[in-house]
Design a protein around this ligand. Structure first.
Ligand code: HAM
Length: 419
């Protein structure tokens, strides 16, 4: 028996309806904000990621790397920002370049609920401006997405990583502090403090928390420019009425971040995997990839985690009916094919049974398909030029003229509003 690889999953109907709802809502919202869809390859030259994340776990330890038959070293994308910046540098579109994406990402992590080896992200990136208004816009794009889904337990955390110089100085201060105050916390702590002092800040180990909580904060070490940018961001969020919490210990998992960083966490999820989205500025990345100096900012939202949060909060109602009409054919002369086609052409969601099954069997299929109406083709009705229409939830049935049935259903169905 073949199974999907560990840490991956299939998305099947009807569960995929929710998936589609998320994607559609995001696409619609992004286009309202002026973002165009960008599609980049699932694999890239390995350097695209190595350059931007030489010291991060995602790139060092979790990346799926392969060598193709032409001896090229490639990597399945572990995240979406580096490919978009690579595409920007390659094609040089006119800035500001505002794009959104839907893409799978691959990370060799230990799978658990909310953490997978393949996960999907909805994301957005803006290249070509360091205006803090764009930071506000990007955050508003994501924040309203969660709100529209009906998620009320999502909190926004914001922080600033400062300019690279600010950070370099702060990392030294932090390392000294951690090494001198954590001397009795053991070798693992000290190694991490020496090698990746920033990564100590978001460690979840209980016994480290005392030292972490009293650690110096990066926001106290920001240079003038970064401080002004961070203040402008906060004023912008206030002006839009977007709630946020300052999170001086928020450390995001990539090297490329500068200035604004943010994360959306859901209190409906387990604390270990509570981030339903995150992002920030990467003002140096385009240049590091060999392009012109081009500031950028964006975020990624984990589809699976948002769906878990929706489930936990009872949000994202699925429509009661997956079909407007199910055509039940007791005649078998080809009129069912024409009728289903007419309904579909009229913009209704319509389906039918196949293989000349009994009336009872077809009605069962109509029920299972969550259709709102069954449209029954019978011999008697056929001679009268009508069809029987049964409202399945109430079992009320009446006769409608064959030529009018599409218009009749359109007036009454959820799906009739479309198309
Ligand atoms: P990230 O924080 O690594 O950022 O991922 C973004 C979101 O993807 C997370 O908040 C989470 O919801 C989801 N996610 C990440 N890893 C997994 C996993 N193993 N299983 C399930 N869901 C996961 C980035 O990837 C950046 N590219 C975001 C960004 C865009 N920064 C600037 N622009």
């Amino acid at each position: 028996m073949y199974r999907a690889p560990i840490g991956t999953h299939d998305v099947l109907p009807p569960a995929s309806d929710r998936w589609l709802q998320l994607v559609t809502a995001f696409a619609e919202r992004a286009s309202r904000f002026g973002y165009g869809l960008v599609v980049t390859p699932v694999f890239e030259h390995v350097e695209v990621f190595q350059r931007v994340g030489a010291s991060t776990d995602v790139v060092r330890k979790e990346m799926y790397e392969l060598t193709d038959r032409g001896d090229r070293r490639l990597a399945l994308r572990p995240e979406g920002t580096a490919p978009v910046v690579r595409a920007y540098v390659e094609h040089r579109p006119t800035p500001p370049w505002k794009v959104w994406y839907l893409a799978p990402n691959f990370r060799y992590e230990r799978p658990q609920k909310g953490r997978y080896r393949q996960h999907w992200q909805l994301g957005a990136e803006v290249l070509g401006t360091d205006d803090p208004d764009v930071d506000v816009e990007v955050i508003a794009l994501a924040q309203g997405f969660y709100a529209d889904l009906g998620l009320s337990r999502v909190r926004l955390l914001v922080n600033s990583m400062g300019a690279p110089d600010d950070r370099g100085h702060y990392v030294e201060v932090l390392r000294d502090y951690l090494v001198s105050h954590g001397s009795d916390l053991g070798e693992e702590f000290l190694t991490r403090a020496r090698e990746h002092p920033l990564r100590v800040l978001d460690a979840k180990r209980e016994d480290w928390q005392d030292v972490i909580e009293r650690a110096p904060q990066l926001t106290e070490h920001l240079g003038l420019e970064a401080r002004e940018h961070f203040e402008a961001l906060q004023r912008g969020l206030d002006a839009l009425g977007i709630d946020y919490e300052l999170a001086p210990r928020l450390v995001r998992g990539f090297d490329y971040y500068t200035s604004t960083t943010f994360e959306f966490v859901s209190d409906a999820l387990d604390a270990a995997q509570d981030a339903v989205g995150g992002g920030g500025r990467y003002d140096q990345l385009a240049e590091e990839m060999g392009g012109p100096a081009t500031p950028g900012i964006g975020f990624g939202i984990g589809i699976e985690r948002v769906l878990i949060a929706c489930e936990a909060e009872g949000a994202l109602a699925t429509p009661e009916h997956r079909l407007d009409a199910f055509v039940v054919d007791t005649v078998g002369d080809g009129s069912a094919t024409a009728l289903v086609n007419d309904l579909r052409m009229a913009g209704l969601r319509a389906d039918r049974a196949y293989g000349g099954r009994s009336l009872k069997a077809q009605m069962k299929v109509a029920d299972r398909a969550h259709a709102e109406y069954a449209v029954i083709l019978g011999r008697d009705e056929l001679t009268r030029g009508t069809v029987a229409v049964r409202h399945l939830p109430s079992s009320e049935q009446l006769e409608v003229h064959r030529e009018q049935v599409a218009a009749w259903l359109r007036e009454r169905c959820e799906g009739g509003a479309r198309g």
